[in-house]
Ligand binder design. Structure first.
Ligand SMILES: NC(=O)c1ccc[n+]([C@@H]2O[C@H](COP(=O)([O-])OP(=O)(O)OC[C@H]3O[C@@H](n4cnc5c(N)ncnc54)[C@H](OP(=O)(O)O)[C@@H]3O)[C@@H](O)[C@H]2O)c1
Length: 400
């Protein structure tokens, strides 16, 4: 890095994702980004969060962050319905914006707060797609107008395993023929994830969005390297289901999904005729699994983001390791486990924060930008249309 003083970062949100981001910014080497303030809905919670994470200040809201000249990058770790309005406000204030995935979702933003949960999830999927894609476009355009980068928080793109795979693919000059990727675990920690009006869908948008992002990224890189232009997604065939219906609550998979799927798959057809098959599901106990298999005419690559076997360990009884963290979504430490040595690094979150900072400082273009987030939104929303209508759907037909 050429900067002598760290770039100022403001964090919005103090929940699950914000914890990861706070750890990562703290771990960036000197001259990287420095978290200067956190804003959250609940001031007391923000103050506790700031104290625990070593952030100098908790401020009352987004406006208080935006008013500060020493903050150049705003990192949005807030629920999906806030992504567009917060991005527009941050961009108008001249701040670089990092927005977590999904860039946008349909959460009834065109219905108003009085709409019931059933009315939100009952909206025709084509209308949902039009609203969510329009929101994504508006976010990209707002940042373009303001001349600030919009960085899309897809950690898979930054994961060391995916970066190494991209380098090997480029060196081989191969054609990616077949991508298979999934993220699965035993169910979200948040009760909000069970309702469409908060998340904009279930495992497809919450989990499969990750492999979808990585696939679109790798095919785009391949196209640029081989033909000078990205290979893009053109159509999808998808299926979704609530497969835990009837399962009694217990120590296994999460239950109680109200109006969202706990299993989703999408087959993506790319402009060169090749395919990517992405899945997300809340059906897997034993820790989160995040995998991407890349099959080219020259090679076979397997990215194991989680778990990975850098450290395998066996606990003779629950609690034998004194409550030490195991890995995301591991319920306990008894039996065999993958004690991932540095999950923030292997998941890509650490390098992603470094990339956010470098892009916000104008040192390079971000690796995962609003353009990727926009395309992921198109794939996910086309997938919901396909699952509802039971047929292949092109991205163009659902894009307003
Ligand atoms: N790997 C990934 O990329 C990844 C992983 C997890 C989540 N996510 C994404 O991250 C986002 C947040 O998810 P999460 O799991 O972190 O949710 P969470 O634990 O519920 O946290 C959400 C945070 O947003 C804050 N918030 C809500 N309304 C706000 C407002 N008007 N102004 C300021 N802050 C507000 C909440 O504050 P209070 O606590 O005060 O209510 C809370 O701190 C979602 O878009 C999700 O899809 C991405």
């Amino acid at each position: 890095m050429t900067r002598t003083t760290p770039l100022g970062v403001g964090l919005v949100g103090s929940g699950f994702l914000a914890r990861t981001r706070a750890r990562c910014y703290r771990a960036l080497p000197g001259g990287g980004g420095r978290l200067l303030a956190v804003a959250s809905r609940d001031g007391a919670k923000a103050a506790t969060f700031a104290r625990e994470e070593g952030i100098p200040e908790a401020v009352k809201d987004l406006d208080a962050l935006l008013a500060r000249d020493d903050i150049q990058l705003v990192d949005l770790c807030v629920p999906n319905h806030l992504h567009r309005p917060f991005t527009e406000r941050a961009a108008a204030a001249g701040k670089a914006v990092a927005c977590t995935k999904p860039l946008t979702a349909y959460v009834g933003q065109d219905l108003g707060p009085e709409a019931s949960d059933a009315e939100v999830s009952g909206v025709d999927r084509r209308r949902m797609a039009a609203v969510a894609i329009e929101d994504a476009r508006a976010m990209v355009e707002a940042c373009e107008r303001a001349g600030v980068p919009l960085l899309y928080g897809e950690n898979w793109v930054h994961a060391p395993a995916v970066r190494r795979a991209a380098a090997l693919l480029e060196a081989s000059g191969g054609r990616i023929l077949d991508l298979r990727g999934w993220e699965s675990h035993s169910g979200s920690h948040s009760p909000y994830s069970k309702l469409w009006r908060y998340t904009g869908g279930g495992s497809l948008i919450r989990l499969a969005a990750h492999p979808i992002g990585a696939m679109l990224h790798l095919k785009a890189l391949e196209g640029v390297a081989r033909e000078g232009a990205p290979i893009t997604a053109v159509s999808v065939v998808a299926d979704t289901a609530e497969v835990t219906a009837g399962v009694a609550p217990g120590p296994g998979v999460a239950t109680g999904w109200v109006d969202v799927e706990s299993w989703g798959s999408v087959s993506i057809a790319f402009s060169d005729g090749t395919r990517g098959l992405a899945m997300g599901s809340d059906t897997m106990v034993g820790g989160m699994q995040s995998r991407l298999v890349v099959l080219s005419d020259q090679s076979h690559l397997e990215c194991n983001l989680s778990p990975n076997d850098a450290l395998r360990g066996y606990g003779a009884a629950p609690g034998v390791f004194g409550g030490e963290y195991v890995m995301e979504k591991a319920a306990h430490d008894a039996g065999w486990h993958s004690f991932i040595p540095d999950e923030d690094a292997s998941s890509g979150h650490l390098d992603m924060c470094a990339d956010f900072v470098a892009a916000a400082a104008g040192e390079r273009e971000g690796r995962s930008t609003g353009a990727l987030g926009y395309e992921v939104t198109r794939v996910v929303m086309a997938a919901y249309v396909s699952a509802a209508e039971g047929r292949r759907v092109t991205l163009d037909e659902v894009t307003p």
